[in-house]
Design a protein around this ligand. Structure first.
Ligand SMILES: [Zn+2]
Length: 358
């Protein structure tokens, strides 16, 4: 259902980063990276079949790793951070919102198979190895306890930036008996050595920062803690790899400047030591807004579009493995000719690409 006729011409006008990195980004990247191995981080909440944004972010990570391996003397691999602590269900008890996570409800396991399938396919196309890490493994790292202590020492200043609504630092621990978690950290007390949490069924419980593996965060706080952990790894010469992050463009700009670089600086970490972030172009609907899987699932949005654009299962069923290869080859061009990387794409562009837009 075209909303307007167009001439089919694709323009890539230069500006900002596309002007600077018009023909190359990988050689520039390799000069910034100091170790011989690069670990490219990607993340997703496995709350449904992967959506188009996940497909492009994952493809970009593998395309980038492939090119780093072939054009520099460095090795590269991909690490998928599974955000299995994200909410699957929520309920209100005594006016407080509690959530049950994707992990504790088993929802994560239900969808992880499709993520593995996608990762396997991308590995077979690029010969780039990948690792999958759950939140408890991320939090188990020896650097995390100390980061949590540093965050708790600056909790008020950080909360004002990271949670403009309630000014609460959204750090929490699920009740180990029933899994209920204080979503907005309303009854959670952050202390210098740990936190006190309240379960409406099982009462108060305390968790030391030393037991960091059970901690959970909302997205902005997790983004900050992860970047600091990567930054410490990057400067640790005993670790053979250094981190690079690939994520969606909806996190670029104001979000990272205010929610990551400023808070990291408040904690004493230098912007120059934080991991580089490469943003995948945003895929937009007819109006220029990001194509949202959750609007499609929860509110029946995008009835005018074929469902494969928001659902990996439908995409794979319609176009098969060749479809994934076509999509990957398009994303590969973003790395080959980076003037294609620093821009957005409408969903109609991709429908044309799959010969389905006319
Ligand atoms: Zn409980």
């Amino acid at each position: 259902m075209p909303i307007l006729e167009h001439d089919g011409q694709v323009h890539n006008p230069l500006g900002g980063a596309s002007y600077v990195f018009e023909e190359d980004i990988v050689k520039w990247l390799s000069k910034q990276l100091t170790k011989n191995k690069v670990r490219i981080s990607i993340g997703a909440q496995p709350n449904s079949s992967p959506h188009f944004g996940t497909l492009t972010v994952f493809s970009l990570a593998f395309a980038l790793a492939e090119k780093i391996k072939s054009e520099t003397n460095k090795d590269a691999e991909v690490l998928f951070e599974v955000i299995d602590t994200a909410p699957a269900e929520s309920k209100t008890i005594d006016d407080v919102r509690y959530q049950l996570s994707l992990r504790d409800t088993g929802v994560a396991d239900q969808y992880l198979g499709q993520y593995h399938e996608l990762l396997e396919k991308l590995m077979s196309l690029t010969n780039v190895a990948y690792i999958v890490r759950k939140q408890s493994d991320f939090n188990k790292q020896p650097t995390i306890s100390n980061i949590l202590k540093e965050v708790s020492a600056k909790k008020d200043a950080l909360a004002r930036i990271l949670d403009p609504d309630n000014e609460k630092l959204r750090m929490r621990v699920a009740c180990q008996k029933c899994g209920l978690t204080d979503k907005h950290s309303i009854n959670t007390v952050i202390e210098p050595q740990g936190i006190k949490s309240f379960c409406p069924e099982h009462g108060w419980f305390e968790t030391s920062f030393e037991n960091s593996d059970v901690f959970e965060y909302n997205t902005p706080l997790r983004n900050l803690i992860r970047a600091i952990a990567y930054s410490i790894d990057n400067q640790n010469n005993e670790l053979e790899y250094e981190w690079l992050r690939v994520t969606g463009s909806d996190y670029a700009g104001f979000y990272q400047e205010q929610m990551l670089y400023k808070p990291a600086s408040l904690l004493g970490y230098k912007a120059k030591d934080l991991p580089m972030i490469i943003y995948a172009p945003l895929i937009t609907d007819w109006s220029g807004a990001k194509l949202s899987k959750s609007l499609y699932v929860k509110q029946g949005a995008y009835k005018y579009l074929p469902s494969y654009v928001v659902n990996f299962e439908h995409f794979r069923n319609k176009f098969g493995e060749l479809g994934i290869e076509n999509l990957f080859n398009e994303v590969k061009l973003w790395v080959e000719q980076p003037y294609r990387l620093f821009r957005g794409y409408s969903v109609y562009y991709f429908m044309d690409l799959f010969n389905d837009g006319k």
